[in-house]
Design a protein around this ligand. Structure first.
Ligand SMILES: Nc1ncnc2c1ncn2[C@@H]1O[C@H](COP(=O)(O)OP(=O)(O)OP(=O)(O)O)[C@@H](O)[C@H]1O
Ligand SMILES: [Mg+2]
Length: 341
């Protein structure tokens, strides 16, 4: 899947993508994706345009970027980040697959994807070697966005995988055999470092770590980083932590800005300049089976994920980000986080 030979259509296009009209004054501008004909799809599209960036378009990666969203700490915003970034990238015109690798199935729920026990799911892919193409479903309301759902069966997969051949690389093989052209695959990991997360780390090139702006935000991250090193050393030499995203950032609190500063000190350039604010709209959206991009396209949560997506896309092709919405940067003169434990 990573070889150019297998990448058809959209992904072979250089900047910008296949919806580009490269004529006249529009030569460096991308034609916005066609309007979705559902009301919420249309509303989301309007939000992208409201940002004033739809005409600008986003560069598309030359090869599929497989991004593993991981942090073994629970409730830090992994799933929220996965689905909202995926929707943002799709609204910017990319083709995006979300792989739900958490038995809780929260990403599937948030994308409005049916994932009751009988639905073909990522469990069948991992344990029974079912082709990924047989479980992938299109996400309603967001063109170009797809989901491989997780069902409750996946809860047993950690155990069942142990006795299987190539147990760490089953997801990698499934992705490599998947022939649909994609710009991004985002993998939502469970809050653990078991075989499911290891499968994601073996399958991906990049790790995105969401960090909640709270006290002890970095605690336990050392263990995740060591796992990334181990997988890189033994199973997947290209794996690296490419992106840190600060989530649930509350600019009114001194703690949030201090934690943000601490994270930036530790991770430097990997930390996105865009942070995600704490937003009621973001937390409400999943109960409607929607991302915040369709639930409330004009909200600060939607705009911040669109901005984070833009930053990730630009970084992927080596273009520096202009920092339009970068708003974390308060000074810190006192260490609030004891360092990576
Ligand atoms: N920016 C935000 N503003 C407000 N609420 C948020 C935000 N991001 C996430 N949440 C809420 O915080 C909770 C945890 O988020 P989420 O499920 O994305 O975390 P997670 O890391 O995937 O959790 P788990 O480890 O259980 O998989 C959810 O209720 C979610 O709606
Ligand atoms: Mg989750």
């Amino acid at each position: 899947m990573r070889s150019d030979a297998n990448i058809a259509g959209p992904m072979t296009d250089p900047v910008p993508g296949p919806r580009t009209e490269s004529t006249g004054a529009d030569v460096s501008r991308e034609t916005p994706p066609p309007m979705d004909d559902t009301p919420i799809g249309r509303a989301a599209q309007l939000a992208v345009e409201a940002l004033g960036r739809a005409g600008e378009g986003l560069p598309r990666p030359e090869q599929t970027r497989v991004i593993v969203v991981a942090n073994q700490k629970g409730g830090v915003g992994k799933t929220t980040t996965t689905v909202n970034l995926a929707a943002s990238l799709a609204l910017h015109g990319a083709r995006v697959l979300v792989i739900d690798l958490d038995p809780q199935g929260n990403a599937s729920t948030a994308l409005g994807i049916d994932h009751h026990a009988e639905v073909p799911s990522i469990y069948d892919v991992l344990v029974d070697s079912k082709p990924l193409s047989e479980v992938v479903q299109p996400v309603p309301d967001v063109e170009g966005l797809f989901c491989a759902p997780a069902t409750i069966d996946l809860a047993g997969a950690e155990i069942e995988l142990v006795s299987l051949v190539a147990r760490e690389s089953r997801l990698q093989r499934a992705i490599q055999a998947y022939e649909q052209p994609l710009d991004y695959i985002l993998i939502d990991c469970p809050p653990s470092l078991g075989l499911l997360t290891v499968n994601a780390l073996v399958a991906g090139q990049e790790v995105l770590i969401p960090i909640q702006c709270e006290y002890y935000a970095l605690e336990g991250l050392g263990q995740l980083l060591r796992n990334v090193d181990l997988v890189r050393g033994h199973l997947n030499p290209v794996l690296h932590v490419s992106t840190i995203l600060l989530t649930m950032y509350d600019g009114r609190t001194r703690l949030a800005s201090q934690v943000a500063e601490e994270v930036r000190t530790h991770f430097g350039d990997e930390v996105l300049r865009t942070s995600i604010p704490r937003s009621v709209r973001i937390s409400e959206a999943p109960s409607y089976g929607q991302t915040v991009l369709t639930y409330d396209p004009g909200s600060s949560g939607a705009l911040s994920y669109l901005e984070a997506a833009r930053e990730i896309a630009l970084r992927g092709v080596g273009i520096s980000y202009d920092g339009m919405h970068g708003h974390v940067g308060a000074q810190n003169d006192q260490s609030m986080v004891e360092g990576i434990q």
